[in-house]
Design a protein around this ligand. Sequence first.
Ligand code: GLY
Ligand code: MN
Ligand code: MN
Length: 437
Amino acid sequence: MTDLASLFHAHIAERQRTAAEALAETGFDALVISSGQVYTHFADDQDAPFHPTPHFAHWCPMAGPHHLLVVRPGQRPRLIRYAPEDFWYEQLPLGSPFWASEFDIEEVGTVEEAWKRLGSPEQAAYIGNETERAEAANLELNPAGLTARLDWNRTNKSAYEVQCIEEATVLASRGHLAARAAFLAGASELEIHYAYIQAVGIVDHEMPYGSIVALNEKGAILHYEHKRANVRNGDVLLIDAGAQIRGYAADITRTVAAPHCDSRFADLVAGMVKLELGLCDAVKPGMPYGDFHHLGHLAIAALLKEHGILKADPEEAVELGLSRPFFPHGLGHHLGIQVHDVAGRQGAPDGTLAPPPPQHPTLRTTRTIEAGQVFTVEPGLYFIPMLLRPFRENEHKARFDWKLIDELTPCGGIRIEDNLLVTSSGHRNLTRPHLPN
Ligand code: GLY
Ligand code: MN
Ligand code: MN
């Protein structure tokens, strides 16, 4: 067995164990997961780029729609592979992928044949979007209690999954280095995007999310989507871009100040780089993620004070909500098959929700940090006119240096984002070995 094959073998053994437990707890004998059907845009004949059902991807890295996976405790998983003869789209043969030996695989040429082979198993649950066929096969559709248990387990990554995410960070790091070089040579957002894509060696729809490539003030738009071709020689680049390996994502952000950038903003960028590494060092199993987020606000408030932007001690600033307009998103989120991976707001395996506190509504995870989790750490500091506006007139207005804020607003914002594996003693940064700064 190759290393990857043995990692995958252990990954599937763990899937078998946790699925058996979840099925027993929810009263099912079997689980059927389909890779899913394509989504066709309304009133159109064009399909969206295909994303497999995440629960299918958790078991099997095989691409494409309509495959069926059948899991029964105590038996090898059965994979019904949809492999049509086709002249519209290229259909690649299965070959001998490292993962194939974990499944009993049969190939079918039509979707109808796939479901015929499945039959109508008793006491079986179904996860996927081929709901009409699943209903006809007498399966229970997407049962919430079972799905929640499987989602809960997905936050605990196997060594195979960590390997996939780290390989994705290696690939993304290549893109980040090329993007930075293009920026420093004066490239536009569109050219920086092309430099990234070319270095990673993919096409756009193979990215795990739409890259954010923002020059100057656009860095303050958290999910800025455009790629301007007509703005060059930026002062600041904020680039949030990832990559995918075997269905697992990397999610990395870097902010770079050009030599001609306002030195006060460049100093803030340097401060945020240190601050982010300090926060990574604070990651420890047992800490509620909400406490970690609070630490992030304290650190950002301290930086704002140090740079003369806020005139308040960090504790007081956070208490009064003065750091929130500068840092309006969560400190991070679980990462895996989905970029914003599942179950961050689950309070228990059964699906009980643990919503974020009212003062931090955008926090994507309220879980307790545990060894085996992979999440992002991504503090941000932005000059967002819409969020700062109310503070210009309220009782706290004297706590801000508005002149300095107005002078730095054209520089946009700063985000530094790494991908971390939590270990029993702290963390392993999956990004920094490949992208040191
Ligand atoms: N790339 C989106 C995020 O950082 O959450
Ligand atoms: Mn990101
Ligand atoms: Mn992120």
